[in-house]
Write a protein that binds this ligand. Structure first.
Ligand SMILES: [Zn+2]
Length: 205
């Protein structure tokens, strides 16, 4: 694909970076500006998982190249990302260097605490939650959508929203990016359902 091999971080370096970042979760303040995996500033192309976290696609590719490393697999925060189907490429709108809201053209970073954002998996467009909640087609490209993913969810309700969406897709044999699951993914479905039902039991007690 003509990737510049020199720009790709060595696997050992990446695992070290991931470990450092894992200890100290990307905080709410920089979750909108930094890749959750590498801690680097977000720069296009960016992707997101079903949990609504943001990543540089480059970091995810580097991570996936090292996916067979025992150390990487043990990082449970990212263990749900096993292939590119587990992330979706997002399309943000910019004015100059500023990431802006596609609806009212205001800075997303400046609004991060007062206004939530989500994305439509069908097209990858990022939109304010207040728009997504009351619509069934994209403001930017008019793609119709069934679900949206809440970016950087900060409440249990938002996290549950993303989790329920993923569970519903898995029940239909689909991956996060809406592709039909491969046969080997069936075990993933079982482990996902098992781990989340045990979590739920814990939180209920
Ligand atoms: Zn769209």
């Amino acid at each position: 694909m003509g990737a510049d091999g020199g720009a790709i971080m060595k696997r050992s370096e990446l695992v070290k970076t991931i470990k450092e970042n894992k200890e100290e979760d990307v905080s709410a303040d920089n979750a909108w500006e930094n890749c959750q995996l590498s801690g680097e500033l977000l720069s296009e192309p960016i992707v997101s998982d079903y949990k609504g976290f943001l990543y540089n696609k480059k970091s995810i590719l580097e991570y996936l190249l090292g996916i067979n490393s025992t150390e990487a697999v043990n990082i449970s925060k990212f263990s749900h990302i096993k292939q590119l189907r587990d992330v979706v490429e997002l399309h943000r709108e910019f004015q100059g260097d500023e990431w802006v809201d596609s609806v009212d053209k205001q800075s997303v970073s400046a609004h991060k605490t007062s206004k939530g954002f989500g994305y439509i998996v069908e097209c990858g467009h990022v939109l304010p939650l207040d728009f997504l909640k009351r619509s069934d087609c994209c403001y930017t490209c008019e793609s119709s959508f069934e679900f949206y993913v809440i970016i950087n969810p900060s409440t249990d309700i938002s996290r549950e929203h993303n989790l329920h969406r993923m569970q519903s897709l898995l029940e239909r044999g689909k991956t996060h990016n809406l592709r039909q699951m491969k046969r080997q993914d069936r075990t993933k479905k079982r482990s996902f359902v098992a781990s989340n039902s045990s979590k739920r039991k814990k939180s209920e007690t």
